[in-house]
Design a protein around this ligand. Structure first.
Ligand SMILES: NC(=O)c1ccc[n+]([C@@H]2O[C@H](COP(=O)([O-])OP(=O)(O)OC[C@H]3O[C@@H](n4cnc5c(N)ncnc54)[C@H](O)[C@@H]3O)[C@@H](O)[C@H]2O)c1
Length: 342
């Protein structure tokens, strides 16, 4: 199978290594407007074929395309791939704005070309087991879900400027995990954010963005979700999900690399070293996710994260962004109504 890869930045470069090592991938064709990004990948992977543009890549006869470009061009690249009939994997989020995301959803709905959105926690064994525990009923009625994404260090200011803000860029992982594990939709959010007083204005303040955030979620059955995010967690990369029920409770992410130091005397867990970043914590999940995409492209498995599915997460991010800006709870129905009337 020939797979195309558009975008060779932090995640695209990492995906290049993963895709090149997959059994089902015979040829990898890549493109990025930044020559240094292309050179860094071809230096490691000399067998990779390079082309000058996404258009050339989509015309090169690839059997599937992985979009790992910056968020802003996601919508245009998905539209171009779908128009060419090329099965598509696109990194989260669907697009840079809710209007573009809706347009993508409509285009994909009117096509039989599969478009898979990248939410890697759906492929992490611990998250899968947490979902199974909820589905089996062994936890009893779920009372609380707590989801955490704490990055060790912020991305560059240039990335933050076009990221859409912490709720659309980072909290979406938590919104998606909560939806996917519980099988419930988010119906209301109450978000708050803070800004690191030591960060230069171009990182957060200039864009109305936040360096840390918390979001209270109300799910469709009334369950409460609690999301916690920061861009600067000194001890490492902390990805966790706890599900508490009336009979039992489970947690994904409590491994020896959990970046927390217990303060009780005599407790030596977790032994460490702490997870340093998402590439090491989620490497197996990314491999499973991209393997699944090659199977989706081959038509042998169902799409595990459609655009319509991912839109439940996009609407939660939209509501959280408005909620933090206006310091009040916001229903998803409100942001859907606002989008319809604009
Ligand atoms: N699933 C995850 O856990 C995860 C993690 C990190 C990033 N992401 C997502 O992946 C995307 C990329 O993130 P990143 O951290 O690699 O960003 P990055 O800024 O490091 O890299 C983006 C790359 O895209 C390239 N690019 C920009 N416009 C392009 C275009 N029109 N065509 C082709 N290439 C183009 C840039 O030159 C750059 O090399 C973002 O949408 C982000 O939300 C997902």
């Amino acid at each position: 199978m020939r797979i195309g890869l558009i975008g060779l930045g932090r995640i695209g470069s990492f995906h290049a290594d993963t895709l090149a090592a997959l059994d089902g991938v015979d040829e990898l064709v890549v493109t990025d407007p930044v020559t240094a990004a292309v050179d860094a990948v071809t230096a490691r992977l000399p067998a990779v074929r390079t082309v000058d543009s996404p258009e050339a890549l989509l015309a090169s006869g690839v059997d599937g395309v992985v979009i790992a470009a910056a968020t802003n061009p996601h919508a245009a690249l998905i539209h171009a791939a779908v128009a060419k009939g090329v099965p598509t994997f696109c990194e989260k989020p669907v697009a840079g704005s809710i209007a573009e995301s809706i347009a993508v959803q409509e285009a994909v709905a009117g096509s039989d070309v599969p478009v898979q959105i990248g939410y890697p926690r759906r492929f992490d064994p611990a998250f899968v087991a947490a979902r199974d525990a909820v589905r089996s009923g062994e936890l009893g009625r779920i009372t609380t879900v707590r989801s955490t994404t704490l990055d060790p260090a912020p991305p560059p200011a240039a990335y933050l400027a076009v990221s859409g803000g912490i709720f659309r860029d980072c909290s979406v992982h938590d919104f998606d995990a909560v939806r996917w594990v519980t099988g419930q939709e988010v119906v209301e959010v109450h978000a708050v954010g803070s800004v690191d007083p030591d960060a230069p204005a171009e990182m957060y303040a200039d864009h109305g963005d936040h360096s840390s955030a918390s979001v209270l979620l109300t799910l469709s059955d009334g369950t409460i979700g609690v999301v916690s995010n920061t861009r600067t967690n000194g001890r490492g990369y902390d990805v966790r999900l706890e599900v508490h029920g009336v009979r039992d409770a489970v947690a994904a992410g409590l491994d020896e690399g959990l970046p927390l130091r217990a303060t009780q005397p005599g407790i030596t867990w977790p032994a460490g070293p702490p997870h340093a970043f998402f590439m090491d914590r989620l490497a197996d999940a990314f491999r499973a996710e991209l393997t699944t995409f090659t199977q989706v492209a081959a038509g042998t498995v169902d799409n595990p994260c459609t655009v319509t599915d991912a839109m439940g997460t996009a609407w939660a991010a939209e509501a959280a962004t408005l909620s933090a800006a206006e310091r009040r709870p916001v229903t998803l129905e409100e942001v859907r109504t606002l989008a319809r009337s604009s």
